[in-house]
Ligand binder design. Sequence first.
Ligand SMILES: Cc1cc2nc3c(=O)[nH]c(=O)nc-3n(C[C@H](O)[C@H](O)[C@H](O)COP(=O)(O)OP(=O)(O)OC[C@H]3O[C@@H](n4cnc5c(N)ncnc54)[C@H](O)[C@@H]3O)c2cc1C
Ligand code: SF4
Length: 660
Amino acid sequence: MRVPPTQLYFIASLAPSPPQIAMAARTLPASALRRNILSSSCPLRPFAASSSIVPIASTRTLATPRHAYQPALRIAGQRRTLSSSARTRLASAVESALDPSQLDREADEVDVCIVGGGPAGLAAAIRLKQLANEAGKEDFRVLLLEKAGELGDHIVSGNVMEPSAVDELLPDWRSEDNPSRFEHITPAREDRMRFLTKNRALWIPSPPQMHNAGNYIISLNQFVKWLGERAEEVGVEIYPGFAASEVLYTSDGSVKGVATNDLGISRSGQPKDTFERGMEFHAKVTLLGEGCHGSLTKQVVKKYDLRRDSQHQTYGLGIKEVWEIKPEKFQEGLVIHSMGYPLPSDTYGGGWMYHFGDNLASIGLVVGLDYPNPWLAPYGEFQKMKQHPLYRSVLEGGKCISYGARALNEGGYQSIPKCSFPGGALIGDSAGFLNVPKIKGTHTAMRSGMLAAEATYSAISSAGGGAQAGSIFLYDYEDKLRASSIWSELYQVRNMRPSFHGPLGLYGGIMYSGLEAYLFKGRVPWTLPHSKPDYAATKTADRCKKIEYPKPDGEISFDIMTSVSRTGTNHEEDQPVHLQVKDWDKHALKEWPKYKGVENRFCPAGVYEYVEDDSRELGVRFQINAQNCIHCKTCDIKVPDQDINWVTPQGGEGPKYVLT
Ligand SMILES: Cc1cc2nc3c(=O)[nH]c(=O)nc-3n(C[C@H](O)[C@H](O)[C@H](O)COP(=O)(O)OP(=O)(O)OC[C@H]3O[C@@H](n4cnc5c(N)ncnc54)[C@H](O)[C@@H]3O)c2cc1C
Ligand code: SF4
């Protein structure tokens, strides 16, 4: 059954009274509401209880213990800071022996299904509909699924954007004559690069990749929301709050589409009275634009062995805050990057501060996830960085209004997998097109989406009406990528990131990267390989120096739960844990003795804890506070024994980022 989103809104307005709907919309993701309506014809209607749209006042508490850095070891009985959602408590579980996965799902047939409403997915969707509309095929269906409650809610980025791709996709995107232009842009005016010691900021030259003249400082979260409106204008069907949780295959092994996950399953796997079966979306082509380390992408990369000719992917974790700063400290368009302090010399990374909008500053730190010391906490490093005079002097007197974190790809050229597979393709950060020395991936993500769209449209058009779900292979997309600016720009900088693995570590990497930037420009005959995968780079705790992080002052630096409270994240507690660890006790027995709680330190949201427990052999119990997860994917990447599998929780949950 096809129900256009506009119609869904209309149907929604016929349901309970307007105040009820308004309240429900605040309490539930809007899309969950739509989803209830979508499933109204479902044979499982008895389970799709109206209680899921009953207005409920939010009772989320954000009690914030102001201890210093949240310790890996939590004392039993300490209060957990984010409580379960009100929905969980009002909905009494339906105990049933029913296996929900055996029930039929509704299926929708579309031409193209896109997973992920980031820059890549939205650019692909817009380009596809532009092509179809130009050819007079308005009924060509492009459907986009986004796990966030609203587009942009899960997006975290710097962001200084190179406009090349959006200039091509929507040439009037910032034109004064365009009433729908994107207004929140701040032209980058000045670049500063600094090497930090504990108290000093030393001038170092800004390499050509970091020159931002002609670029714009934006909030990517705002930009994505705006792109979504442009996509709807050209007829893309956007379904926020729909987490694609399963890849569907045809009998010949090609990708047939995706399925979204069931809602209203209890922690023990039983359907509750809010149960709704997921939906299937069958498509001639499925494009995966899930961003860095996508959960479905992981599966198709493995199934089709897409890394057969490339190296493993490497990652960084970016942690970010947005501050409203004092007007006298605001320098519109200023772009600052820093290296060195607080990170140790065996750890790759760097900080940034961008002045944008009205007295806003985006400040953040990227930490390469191949850091060896398990005592290191990227969150703690970021708090330290903000106390450096370079940053503190700007933040003092200001107010932190937003927090977020997200993994990013650092593997570059060497790590690009095969991007096409039978029935679909990887686009954007799902493939790994971020240019690390530039810390820019928005333009490459969008361009790859546009290239995939062109290849898809022409393949579907040539196959004619006979094309079945999954029957198309996008050979053209691979060719277009190789001929594109994405390939040449990543090739040019391919040796910079791996050069930090040389014997001189950070200093060797800075020197070699300088040579590449000014002299070699990628024209050398060698390609440096990456070192070990990030999880394998972690040393055992007994081989590394313990790091003590200073107590946050509550003014510039904050405890982790205060930061999490600024993400607006929420997950219903009574659902299967989306951070899958087969056996928590076995995990603790394996990891705690070697890494002494590394999971607690690498997670920027305090999801993992080891709680004192005398009844356990180790004296500690491993605990996952999944409701605090902000979907950064770091645990799946960095856990040393690779036994945490991040899967999508119920659609519409997770962070509700603002201005990130
Ligand atoms: C800290 C940081 C700083 C950065 N700074 C810059 C910068 O200054 N300039 C720049 O150009 N780039 C920057 N980047 C990179 C840039 O943000 C990314 O390259 C870009 O966002 C990639 O776009 P994407 O669409 O591929 O993925 P994303 O932007 O990650 O979007 C993916 C979307 O897919 C959704 N999704 C994922 N899985 C599913 C699923 N299974 N079902 C449904 N929806 C799903 C996600 O919720 C998300 O909305 C930065 C990145 C980070 C993390
Ligand atoms: S649990 Fe994993 S994905 Fe969630 S915030 Fe922590 S590290 Fe990130």
